[in-house]
Design a protein around this ligand. Structure first.
Ligand code: SF4
Ligand code: SF4
Length: 285
């Protein structure tokens, strides 16, 4: 088995919202985007060991190695996440370098109750070789090989990453933050060319499980933009699965521009505009 190590923010034994069925979720640390609406902002960057969070920990779970690296003791951590609240680098002192075998040991006890494993983030595809090694190991393990292997991705990955993952990837949920490149930059700090290419590429390989559209009122919900988004997606696959998600403030950082939560009525109106451009299977959450 590969001895590659991945930088892992956290794992979740059971989730019913990270792909089809009941899934084990691996959250990798590090992301190519810096989204204003990010719900896991402490997964965006690796820790730089500045030490600013150490004194803020009420349970004494944080400390230093002799070389000045920040340490975390999960046995005394109260999981109150003061460290995440004070970190100015969108990071966490709790991310760990884990081997594939470490993750398999966490997956095994839950396996009888699982449909599959989803790797999320941060951005799952930022550690492509670790991802490939993890999925290889799951497929090669007699007790785990029935589990499907999915990624939850912002799609900002090069073609070479999808080629590397293709033999072991069963499906991908891809976030399209906005079809318009300029608005995408304003919302994420990055262009969306690779995301658009990834959606097209994954659909062509039959591996696009779902496209997710996050609605931010006043930012990416213009009627013409939603119509153009529906048209663009319908050109790729008019029957694709779409999830239209309303922005929720919980877990996000303070933002330089105000972000507003949509009402249920507004969200359904937005979903209806996109849905009318194809024969999509649409879920609104
Ligand atoms: S792509 Fe996802 S993890 Fe990365 S910054 Fe955006 S919302 Fe956060
Ligand atoms: S988690 Fe953030 S505040 Fe804490 S040491 Fe790392 S970079 Fe500094």
């Amino acid at each position: 088995m590969s001895s590659l190590r991945g930088l892992v923010a956290d794992t979740l034994e059971f989730s019913s919202v990270d792909g089809p069925g009941n899934r084990f979720v691996v959250f990798l640390q590090g992301c190519t985007f810096d989204c204003l609406a990010c719900h896991n902002p402490y997964t965006i960057n690796p820790c730089v060991d500045c030490g600013e969070c150490v004194d803020q920990c009420p349970s004494g779970a944080l400390g230093f190695t002799t070389t000045g690296a920040v340490t975390w003791n999960p046995d005394v951590c109260l999981q109150e996440d003061h460290c995440h609240a004070v970190c100015r680098y969108a990071s966490s002192p709790k991310a760990r370098h884990l081997e594939v075998a470490d993750l398999l040991a966490r997956i095994r006890p839950a396996a009888p109750f699982l449909s599959g494993v989803t790797v999320s983030g941060g951005e799952a595809t930022m550690q492509p070789h670790f991802l490939r090694a993890l999925f290889d190991a799951i497929k090669a393990d007699a007790a785990l090989s029935r589990l499907t292997c999915f990624v939850d991705t912002n799609g900002d990955a090069p073609a070479s990453t999808w080629k590397l993952l293709d033999p072991v990837l069963d499906g991908a949920m891809v976030d399209l933050k906005c079809l318009d490149p300029a608005i995408h930059v304003a919302l994420t700090g990055s262009d969306n060319a690779r995301t658009r290419d990834s959606i097209t590429r994954l659909a062509g390989r039959g591996k696009l499980h779902e496209v997710r559209l996050l609605i931010l009122p006043g930012r990416n919900d213009d009627v013409q933009l939603l119509e153009a988004t529906g048209d663009w997606l319908a050109d790729i696959d008019p029957r694709m699965r779409l999830k239209v998600i309303g922005f929720r403030r919980h877990g996000t950082r303070p933002t330089p521009i105000p972000l507003v939560e949509p009402s249920r009525e507004h969200l359904e109106r937005c979903a209806g505009i996109v849905a009318a451009r194809g024969d999509f299977s649409v879920t609104v959450v």
